[in-house]
Design a binder for this molecule. Structure first.
Ligand code: NAI
Length: 395
């Protein structure tokens, strides 16, 4: 099958197995170019390991620290005549490359929110990994079936307490327009916190603890975002931001639990705004990201997921590093994004952007390239005219 990108709104419905493998190789090469990370974890569980920050965390753990990695994700598998999702192919490529270097890698495709997946993963860890030193929690999901009640909670991206209007961009068509979003209901606020808050993270840690699988001095990290004021009504003060507050509250409880295991710790890392399958679905954010990329590339401070995660591991978590916590106890690996000069320039560009000057004032071209790369398109060295086998069984 010859596979071309087919973009539908903010998703690409096709993905390219060789392109995804080339993307993984780029990430591995980057991590290796930075040298090995001393004092890193031996055994790592990544929940949400197939794309975005979770994927780059797993690459950094395996190829930067030499860790055994267990990945949990929810992807559509390929079959004889149907493409798998990018995360499916990413995981196969990562696993092949890890095993080729003698690194242990095991995968679980299923609903991380369910009790069944938790017990399967824990049984496997017990069987052939042993206590976990690092748990990365990097889920981004539109819904969660509650494991106790069976209720389906759907997360929404809406303002809280007031309606919100701003500009946004259709990244595919390049059209800048105004968007107005009505405030979330109380139920939507609670549902979003049920999906994107910390309840499930805490359940994973409790389940590992009960199985005796928390290593002495273990670390667990979940990811959050704050960003600039222009996005606060939809992000920081919106439904997703309130869910992130819940994540931070859970972090305090998880940290006390991990402390009992030889001084372990749980941390929130506030990451940079990046093109990901999750962020492309948020109104307003892709326009902000296109502006941000333009500014940060010009300053030479631009980073993608892998640069962020390599820096998080090497300069904040391990290598004897000081995590440099902010006043609320969070890691700020969004430090370069939040620099005053970057934000001041962004605030100047923001009101000027129109459909006509989008390509000039923003890095919409770079945004689209990054977007397609997530699905394995536009990678150097991949011949996209050549027919490729869509079916790749999980290994
Ligand atoms: P992503 O969409 O690239 O990755 C989400 C991962 O979760 C994938 O591996 C997916 O398979 C997995 N997943 C989703 N539902 C699942 C389920 N029910 N069971 C098992 N696995 C499931 O997302 P991204 O952007 O990497 O986000 C990860 C975290 O980072 C989120 O907490 C997000 O809020 C945070 N973050 C994202 C930023 C961005 O700009 N993309 C910025 C700062 C933080």
């Amino acid at each position: 099958m010859v596979i071309k990108p087919r973009v539908r709104g903010f998703v690409c419905v096709t993905s390219h197995p060789e392109g995804c493998a080339a993307h993984i190789q780029q990430q591995i090469d980057y991590v290796k170019s930075k040298g090995s990370i001393s004092g890193g974890p031996k055994n790592v569980l990544v929940i949400g390991s197939s794309t975005g920050f979770g994927l780059s965390s797993r690459v950094t753990a395996a190829f930067g620290c030499g860790s055994k990695t267990v990945g949990v994700f929810y992807e559509r598998p390929s079959d004889e005549d149907r493409l798998g999702t990018a995360g499916w192919y990413n995981t196969i490529a990562l696993t092949e490359k890890a095993r080729a270097e003698g690194l242990y890698a095991r995968n679980f495709n299923g609903d991380a929110f369910s009790n069944e997946v938790k017990s399967n993963v824990i049984a496997a860890i017990k069987e052939d990994v042993g206590p976990i030193d690092l748990v990365i929690y990097s889920l981004a999901s539109p819904r969660r079936t509650h494991p106790d009640t069976g209720a389906v909670h759907k997360s929404v991206l809406k303002p809280v307490g007031k309606s919100y209007s701003s500009r946004t961009v259709d990244t595919d068509k390049g059209i800048v327009s105004d968007v107005a979003i009505e405030p979330a209901t109380d139920e939507e606020i609670a549902d979003t916190a049920a999906v994107m808050g910390g309840d499930d993270w805490e359940r994973w840690i409790t389940a590992l603890d009960e199985a005796g699988l928390i290593a002495e001095g273990a670390t667990s990290v979940a990811y959050s975002y704050i960003g600039p004021e222009i996005t606060w009504d939809i992000y920081k003060n919106g439904t997703i931001g309130l869910a992130k507050n819940h994540l931070e509250e859970s972090c305090i409880r998880i940290s006390s639990k991990l402390k009992e295991h030889g001084g372990g710790r749980a941390l929130i890392s506030v990451n940079k705004a990046l093109v990901s399958q999750a962020s492309s679905a948020i109104p307003v954010v892709p326009l902000y990201i296109s502006i941000l990329y333009k500014i940060m590339k010009a300053k030479g401070t631009h980073e993608g997921c892998i640069e962020q995660m390599q820096r998080l591991f090497a300069e904040r978590l391990f290598n004897g590093a000081d995590p440099q916590l902010d006043e609320s106890g969070r890691i700020r690996i969004d430090d370069l994004e939040m620099q005053d000069d970057v934000q001041a320039e962004g605030a100047t560009i923001w009101p000027q952007v129109t459909t006509e000057n989008l390509a000039e004032l923003t890095d919409i071209v770079g945004y689209r390239e990054e977007f397609l790369k997530m699905f394995g398109f536009g990678l150097p060295g991949v011949d996209y005219e050549v027919s490729t086998e869509p079916h790749r069984p999980m290994i």
